[in-house]
Design a protein around this ligand. Structure first.
Ligand SMILES: [Fe+2]
Length: 232
């Protein structure tokens, strides 16, 4: 299985997960580009679905479903399905509440389509306000292999790397990450994220020092998570 990234509305990123002859659309805001790609590669669109129910991710659902024979699967139904089939393989659905209660990530070995749960450069915003549940969702993603490529729902790389630099000014990997950054194909491995995203680096002494300098609680990993979240 392969993944093709599509950019729309300045910084939104949607995806086609596809095989030899069929595809699944995840966050179809770039529906015109997606339909052209599907036609060009002689693919059949089987399913249209989303990483979560925010309008900037669900726009395009209707257009994709109307232009094809695809089945529309509401994001709320995904956690109970657990997997989506594609050409004899399966796409695992990981329920990751936090950004929204219905947020999910799509996993195939080597690739995670992570919506607004985990971006390149930083975790997403916790709009549910349930910071503990969001923490657990991110911990779940950290169990994936380090070489898993993270494909997020927006390109906020430059902005979020500035946040990372504020927390860890002497983290030399931030510059290396930015040098490799390409706005026409936005991705990084989980291993690379672990080198820059302060929310994934809660046990680094430099992150603890930064939080202490802001007079924020640092006693446990979860406290450091809460402290960093309070700065968002
Ligand atoms: Fe969102």
């Amino acid at each position: 299985m392969k993944v093709k990234q599509f950019r729309y509305s300045a910084d939104n990123l949607g995806y086609l997960i596809y095989g030899e002859e069929s595809a699944i659309a995840v966050d179809g805001g770039a529906f015109e580009q997606m339909l052209s790609f599907i036609e060009e590669h002689c693919l059949e669109l089987r399913i249209v679905t989303n990483t979560h129910s925010h309008g900037d991710h669900t726009c395009g659902n209707r257009e994709l479903a109307e232009a094809t024979e695809a089945e529309f699967i509401n994001v709320g139904e995904l956690p109970s399905r657990r997997t989506l089939p594609l050409e004899g393989s399966r796409i695992d659905i990981i329920h990751t509440p936090g950004h929204t209660a219905d947020s999910v990530c799509f996993y195939i070995p080597g690739i995670l389509v992570s919506g607004d749960t985990l971006f390149n450069g930083k975790v997403g915003r916790c709009f549910t306000g349930d910071i503990r549940t969001f923490y657990k969702s991110i911990r779940k993603l950290l169990e994936l292999p380090g070489d898993t490529v993270i494909y997020g729902g927006h390109d906020y790389v430059r902005e979020y790397l500035e946040f990372a630099r504020m927390v860890e000014p002497s983290n030399s990997f931030i510059n290396a990450y930015l040098r490799r950054y390409d706005p026409t194909h936005v991705f990084a491995s989980l291993e690379e994220e672990l080198k820059v995203d302060p929310f994934l680096r809660l046990n680094e002494p430099s992150v603890t020092s930064f939080l202490k300098s802001r007079n924020l609680p640092v006693s446990t990993e979860y406290q450091r998570w809460e402290s960093l979240m309070s700065l968002m």
